[in-house]
Design a protein around this ligand. Structure first.
Ligand code: KIV
Length: 266
């Protein structure tokens, strides 16, 4: 049965009805299609692309060209899920007008909304993009593009001052016109409190079960990475080993001459 396309109104409705929103990252047409068919609500072309696809140490090297190319690919793969694309580092910080133009490029690439990092400091930028009728998802808490300011990837909101700041950031992002906000790397109780205080849906990652939805990076939840096992990830699959085993079997078969066989030959 063909399912109806998910839109921005559905996501707001899901918060009202307490139906949890499921978001996952994808960076190409193949996985975007698989995740769409598996029933996720939202596909995020995250700038985590930098680490999990392009091999960078962080997200800071990701460019608009990277994001446009991968957003186009992910858009071609999905039919039903709502598609959000991350605005990469330096595509929205310099000026609101540059931010609007770059957000527009991501919509032209097939995204239905953009996501950018920042709280009250980003409110003017969120307002400018939303005023151009481009839906914006905020992202507060542990914001990977601020890795050097944070002194590493650290859980945020552990002190009273940080908690107050994050409450204020969440309110500012909503007030500026964001339709949703990612809460990353913060205590579960704080994320739940923020979620209760907002009318827009929150999507958590490392922020506990009290958010309106959850997001994970696909390579993390599929168990494709050997060396990255943070506390907040559940590995719903262990795909690294079968992939490695399959390729090792291929290597052996080519080397010992058992592949290709007669059945693979013309
Ligand atoms: O880039 C990304 O994948 C993200 C999610 C982790 C929220 O921003």
């Amino acid at each position: 049965m063909a399912m109806r396309k998910t839109n921005i109104l559905d996501l707001g409705r899901m918060k009202a009805e307490r139906a949890r929103i499921v978001m996952i990252t994808a960076y190409d047409a193949l996985f975007s299609r698989i995740f769409d068919e598996a029933g996720v609500d939202v596909i995020l072309v995250g700038d985590s692309l930098g680490q999990v696809v392009l091999g960078y140490p962080d997200t800071l090297g990701v460019t608009m060209e990277d994001m446009v190319r991968h957003t186009e690919a992910a858009a071609r793969g999905r039919k039903r899920a709502f598609l959000v694309a991350d605005m990469p580092f330096l595509s929205y910080q310099a000026s609101p007008s540059e931010a609007v133009r770059n957000a527009g490029r991501l919509l032209r690439a097939g995204a239905e909304a953009v996501k950018l990092e920042g709280g009250r400091n980003a409110a003017g930028t969120i307002r400018a993009i939303a005023s151009a009728d481009i839906p914006v998802m905020g992202h507060i808490g542990l914001t990977p593009q601020s890795v050097h300011r944070m002194g590493g990837y650290r859980v945020q909101g552990r002190t009273d001052l940080q908690r107050e700041r994050l409450q204020d950031d969440a309110a500012a992002v909503q007030e500026a016109g964001a339709f949703s906000v990612v809460l990353e790397g913060m205590p579960a109780a704080l994320a739940a409190e923020i979620t209760r205080g907002l009318s827009i849906p929150t999507i958590g990652i490392g922020a506990g079960a009290g958010c309106d939805g959850q997001v994970l990076v696909m390579q993390d939840l599929l168990g494709l990475l050997d060396d990255f096992r943070p506390k907040f990830v559940r590995r719903f699959g262990e795909l690294r080993k079968p992939v490695e085993d399959a390729v090792a079997a291929y290597v052996e078969a080519v080397r010992d001459g058992s592949f290709p066989g007669k059945e693979h030959s013309f």
